[in-house]
Design a protein around this ligand. Structure first.
Ligand code: CMP
Length: 226
């Protein structure tokens, strides 16, 4: 997919007609980030919003004793770095390239006139924020109410929805996460998450591969996630 196609999927551009999209596009700068490189850190001052064009970005928060909480994994068409646009304070999370990544960046100052001049763009961004809040509420409720295997099942299905593709043997989800990162996403220890994965594999619901899983029985995994 070329840059315009991917950008067109992003909430920022989705509301725009072709001409306006081209005008906003003029302010966009593209950049490449090699796998493992940090784009910005929690606490940095932020002046840009980004859309992932290719590859995956992880958003992480680190506790004072160095433990990491993985907030989200973002892929093509997904946006981040907008919180410090609406609420001009430091970055709320650290952004790291999970794979080699290509990004489109747009300065907050270039964007503000678009938000005040075009309420439909602001509405689309608000909708994206509302979706994020819904998701965060679900994640919080799951941390309180759902056991670790249930959270692992849910996280895999969420990743499958965005990164899964049908293969001959099942739904291949190339999430690019190490087992440690998967545990950080679920909010549990690596050992507990590995045990849940091994149990799912033993039941025939999925197959574990390097930084990927093949989901063989979506329905059973879904039932376990509820
Ligand atoms: P900003 O605070 O500018 O920089 C970090 C970005 O991470 C933030 O904007 C959001 O785009 C993104 N982010 C923060 N919290 C979450 C979350 N809970 N889920 C998904 N993305 C988030």
């Amino acid at each position: 997919m070329d840059t315009d196609d991917v950008l067109g999927k992003a909430p920022l551009f989705a509301a725009l007609d072709r001409e306006s999209a081209a005008a906003l596009r003029a302010g966009v700068s593209e950049m490449n980030l090699p796998k493992g490189r940090t784009l910005f850190r929690e606490g940095d001052s932020g002046d840009r919003l980004y859309v992932v064009l290719e590859g995956k970005i992880k958003l992480v928060r680190t506790s004072v004793d160095g433990r990491e909480n993985l907030l989200s994994v973002l892929g093509p068409g997904e946006m981040f770095g907008e919180l410090s646009l609406f609420d001009p304070r430091p970055r709320t999370a650290t952004a790291v390239a999970l794979t080699d990544v290509r990004l489109a960046g747009l300065g907050h100052d270039d964007l503000r006139p678009w938000l005040t001049g075009r309420p439909e763009v602001a509405l689309h961004l608000l909708r994206a924020l509302a979706q994020r809040l819904r998701r965060t509420n679900d994640v919080m409720a799951d941390l309180v109410f759902t056991d670790v295997p249930g959270r692992v099942a849910k996280a895999l299905l969420d990743l499958a929805e965005r990164f899964g593709r049908q293969s001959e043997s099942g739904l291949l989800v190339h999430h690019d996460l190490t087992q440690e990162e998967l545990a950080q996403l679920v909010g549990a220890s690596r050992e507990t998450v590995n045990k849940a994965l091994a149990d799912f594999a033993q039941r025939g619901w999925l197959r574990i591969e390097a930084k990927a899983v093949v989901i063989l029985d979506v329905e059973r995994l879904y039932n376990r996630s509820r």
